[in-house]
Design a protein around this ligand. Sequence first.
Ligand code: F6P
Length: 358
Amino acid sequence: MKIGVLTGGGDCPGLNAVIRGVVKSAHREGIEIIGIYDGFKGLMEKRYQTLTPHDVQGILPKGGTILGTTNRDNPFHYPVKERDSVVYKDESKRLLANVEEMGLDSVIVIGGDGTMNIAHEMAGLGLKVVGVPKTIDNDLSATDQTFGFETAVNTATDAIDKLHTTAESHHRVMILELMGRDAGFISLYAGLAGGADIILIPEIPFTIEGILKKVHARAERGSHFSIIVVSEGCQFEGKQVVEGENQGNPYNTHRLGGIGEVLAAEIQKVSNLEVRTTVLGHLQRGGSPAPFDRILSSRYGVAALEAAKDGVSDRMVCLRNGEIRTVSMAEATHVQKSVDPMGELVKTARMLDISFGD
Ligand code: F6P
């Protein structure tokens, strides 16, 4: 048997641990693993290599992906050069032909919702495919947790800890802008773990008055500094703040970013508070995976290989109530997960005197 493995979409800590899990367990089963470079692009361009246990030695603690990734090259909307310009075409049939030529019985696709959507559509055309969910955003509904999230929360919590000391020394309001797209999980978890004073997430609309109420209440109690954590996907005046457009990515058309600076300007307009903004950005996607993510990734890798070996297709491995299972990709890509505004974690935060700016 010959099984391909690729990583698609934005990277996150734990991808290498999945690849290692796939390769090591395949070796035990006598299955050949073909590592495909740069996601679906590598399948389009036939760039790949056989992976042996030797190739995955020492990669467990490494962030990123040894295979490379891209969140732009979608075979259904693929950039093709025509004369002096680039046009986007449906090249999915070419991808299928390449897979056949490579002799792959199945492809293990490690990615977020965009990658899973492509994998699901390819399965509809006959490709045998098993998905592995990844994203620091933790916004996939079919799984209790995605790997990469825990590590991102650790990094964000560390940033909040560091901001606390300088905020207190200077009596400032410090805003920390975090990733997560339309879901507030990273901000909620890191905000709770770091003891933020205000957590702003896309799921709970806030007002500048709500934010100031909390900041002033703290000042009255003698705390002349505040830490505000804000998710990049929060809306201000009914709109998300967008940094740029993503060319060639129909699943994720714009790049979020900038809400932190917008808030800082708004707070300064109506108060004499000194405000500073930190955008943690891609630091949240880097670094060595936390032990939880290494273990979850390894479990996913072994389970995905097992599923592909058994001929399972159009399904994604997932974590449900602590157990590894598979779900249909249609289900996996159907609904995005978001923070429950009435859920236990939000209630806990409120009981701890954390404001959501509402
Ligand atoms: O989905 C993961 C993520 O890091 C989001 O939190 C963020 O909005 C986006 O990817 C950034 O993407 P890029 O690396 O393409 O700028």
